[in-house]
Design a protein around this ligand. Sequence first.
Ligand code: URC
Length: 302
Amino acid sequence: MAILQSSTYGKDNVKFLKVKKDPSNPKVHEVMEATVKVLFVGDFDVAYTNADNAPIVPTDTIKNTILVEAKKFDVFPIEGFVAHLGLHFINKYSHVSGVDIEIFQHRWTKYPVNGKIHDHSFVKDGEELRTASLKYKRSGEFVLKSGIKDLTVLKSTGSMFYGFNQCDYTTLKPTTDRILSTDVDSVWEWDSKKIGSLQNVISQARAGLFDSAYKSARETTLNLFALENSASVQATMYNMCEEILRLVPLVSTVSYSLPNKHYFLFDFSWKGLENDNELFYPSPHPNGLIKCTVGREKKAKF
Ligand SMILES: O=c1[nH]c(=O)c2[nH]c(=O)[nH]c2[nH]1
């Protein structure tokens, strides 16, 4: 006896670049390079259990839909586009009961030429991504999240780690001055009760809510990272979450997942040389991995 307990399918790594032209000056552009994943849940069991493809919307059709809708719809900001895609798929296919969509926006930033931001030339200043994800059910329930991924930062002082548990397995020395480096992965979940519906997500996207929250979250991350004399990754990430919750009332939880990318002070004592926190060697592995989610209240999982 075998029972299909769960299934999902769709298209991953659908990529596009969209040029948005300023209507008053068509040489002034913004660009959106994005990678999209769309997965369906629904009435597809016979495809698995009876080799019957009748209900399958081909993943190729899903890819075409993402590209056609990216052409027809304003893809800025990605939270508006993810809501649009969610509504499209649920409205179009009556046997799709839920969609799970992720959009990663690649970082293209206009740069100054002769002191003036150029109209249509961009620099890719790092691997950092802006993210949006949506889980949307036919019932209208949705979970919308925004985030930042792979924002790599390092500070060469202003970070400590002492007072930790000591036992017979401990070799780490307490420090009041170390290098701190991480690849920021931060996600903030929107309060779907307060936002109400995906149509409201699209309205709020047009009104600038998601861009201003992204700006607040990124600035908070970079500012606290720089300004705090960090007691630990744990304490600093909690402070970042708390500040984003304060700045963005429609966000219900903020999560960070931070690798602690170690840089070890090289011991030159054998060479008779001092090392006043000047020469470190990067240790790619193992790395610490520290995660937390901070909310306004205890909340049941979706
Ligand atoms: O900020 C830190 N948190 C830890 O939990 C930890 N553990 C460790 O070895 N170094 C650090 N640093």
